[in-house]
Design a protein around this ligand. Sequence first.
Ligand SMILES: [Zn+2]
Length: 504
Amino acid sequence: MRIAIGGLAQESQSFSPVPGGWEHFGPHDVLRGTEIVAEAAGTRSEPAGALDVARAEGVEIVPTFYARANASAGPLRQEVYDALLAELLERLRAAGPVDGVLLFLHGALVTERLDDGTGEVLRAVRAQVGPDVPLAGTLDLHANCTQLMADQATILAGYHTAPHVDLYETGQRAMSLLIRAARGEVRPVLALRRLPMLLPGETARTTDGPLSEVLAEALAPQPGLLDVSVFSVQPWLDVPEVGCSVLVVADANGPKGGRALAESTAQRLAERFWSRRHEFEVDLSPTEATLREALASDRGPWVLADSADAPSSGAPGDSTAVLAALLRLAPEHDCLLKQVCLLKQVCLLNIVDPPAVARLIAAGVGQEVTLPLGGGFAPTFYAPVEVTGYVKLIADGDFVQKGPGFRGAICHRGRTVVLRVGQIHVVVMERPCRQWDPELYRSVGLEPTDARIVVVKSPAAFRAAYEPLAAEVRILDAPGPCSPLLRALPFRRVRRPLFPLDRI
Ligand SMILES: [Zn+2]
């Protein structure tokens, strides 16, 4: 048996001021042929899980083409999407006849012209391989799972965790089901229920709260069911067909009749999910008051999530909201701007600002520089802040994630400088990257457990690696394109009514 693997994934954000482009795909994010297998080795990624299952089952894997953006951004430029999809199709064609295809997807890909870029990938691959070849896809829990996707795919498997720590297992689920379908052992049928609701990532967690309970019910074993996914959707997609959903895969050869079982299970779970929609309100902490509280505390670190500027949600990562607030507090915390190292007052921040990186590198290590920082990409949300700081360290910026989620994945943030503004250590980087892992700081010599305040730009995924070391975790009430206050965002194209924009 031969199974082709490949994929195309980018998480789009309609309110991001930066369109998705080639710059969001790092050197290890566009993989061809055996590079996919080599890159998966030693990681906990979807391809790693899928490959391990294939090896155990004695299935020959034909790796084709896999592009996965390193950071979310605005809708992907059409020519980038077209080029990526064309290469995927070309390499799938070159693979020759296969018994199945597995695609690693995300499910919230929007392009300049397409509201459902993922569905169109599945449609194009389906058209090429024909109606009889089983086609499976993995999806993020934040996928906007559409009817088009469900119609084109034989199997879809979404993550069951947020923070996402089951990428490997999702790859395993999709591959084992695909092999069983290709062998004719099961005949998957899909039922999708879409809900007119959006949820903030901060509270749509599977570790606790309402989503965890909906998911627990969904994952209770039931004869005839092959797989179930619950999607809490990426809420910043301004496309007509957007919303949470439930997807059930049942076996048409199963004891209870696949179609009816899939439909009734999806309906029951969707009703349960819908009934919990009012329970996802986010508890936001006012930025300045929280910083003051942290600075006065004798415990650390306070891990403060500036989720409105989360690159993993599609923000450009250039917010200066926390930096500006810290500088405002400096007069009442006189140690804050002292250059001597006062271990427990250290604050760790990060800001994307390519021109600032260039200036700091030109100045050189050990130099003092006065310059404006941040606010370059999303000026409607925050302004540059002028600082005088000391260039502590210059690095290439690459780091490997070591936490439980994307363990082994390389993050490329471009050239990176640590600028010390007294006790405020600002990691200034050329490109946005995921902020789920303390390695963002450790890789440039900054130790989060020694700090009083650590800022992470992430709504929920940071919790997997940071909660075990945090004295306190708060979500800040800060401005930005990924604010959890969805009613305040300029949605224009979504179909109404839509919760929480409307009362339903
Ligand atoms: Zn996600």
